[in-house]
Design a binder for this molecule. Sequence first.
Ligand SMILES: Nc1ncnc2c1ncn2[C@@H]1O[C@H](COP(=O)(O)OP(=O)(O)O)[C@@H](O)[C@H]1O
Ligand SMILES: [Mg+2]
Length: 279
Amino acid sequence: MSLFSNFVRTARKGSDSQGATLGQVIAFANQKGGVAKTTTTLNLAVAFTEMGHNVLAVDLDPQGNLTMSQGMNPDNVERSMFDVLVHSVPLQDVIQRAEVDIAVSSIDLAGAELALSSMIGRERALQKALLPVRSSYDYILIDTPPSLGLLTINALTAADYVIVPVQCEYLSLRGLVQLEGTLSMIRENLNPSVEIRGILPTMFDSRTLHSREAIDMLKENFGDLVFDTRIRKTIRYAEAPVQGSSVLKYEPSGQAAEAYRDLAKEVLNGAKTRAREHA
Ligand SMILES: Nc1ncnc2c1ncn2[C@@H]1O[C@H](COP(=O)(O)OP(=O)(O)O)[C@@H](O)[C@H]1O
Ligand SMILES: [Mg+2]
């Protein structure tokens, strides 16, 4: 990664008209798999980059889908987030340059939960590892595994904000209650200031009543925490990673790319209320 551009970054940060907090850490979480956490982490990261921001994406999922979606093989990486969390390897050492900077995952990250569990400060390993790089980036986006285990807890502890991608169907909505419970515990014990930045409806199909009803239900329960941006269902999101690219690079003027540019604007404008407590 390029450390030499610090000057430029500082200048840009100082004059950021969006009023974005500097070096913001955003975690993407939902213990359900297949809700577009990884897709959202990558494409929002690339959308931020297009806007001129410096972005680091952290792959905290042992499945390494984020790493793979940028054309890298998690089986071949020499050192990964496992070494960062468990062996205190500097985070800078596992960053690979792609469309955005990626702190890569590998399969041995699956062993991190066990290895961390007996360590003092086990929930804060990521927060600590991010400290030296926070000033080098405008945004640090963390992709998490589909569980509420120690890796996700590390992400939520390190995060300023959480974005929750939710598939537009009833069964997906139920899991949000459990995630909220975990977030409450994190706030009480580890990170009092972490906030949900927004809930993102994904795989939305406007033609089906079910999709529209799912959105209604989301809004009923979470009000203005639900982003206005909806990510529609399209095969583009599955095609792009096969080419090792984001949808923004794969089909720059397509609707799929536009959706994540819209989301980037919505996230940066901070239109959503902060720290809204809800039952
Ligand atoms: N809006 C969408 N429409 C259709 N397919 C999508 C969409 N977003 C993601 N996908 C696909 O769904 C699958 C799961 O997405 P992914 O981002 O890997 O979810 P997660 O990280 O939550 O498990 C992937 O194959 C991805 O390409
Ligand atoms: Mg994923």
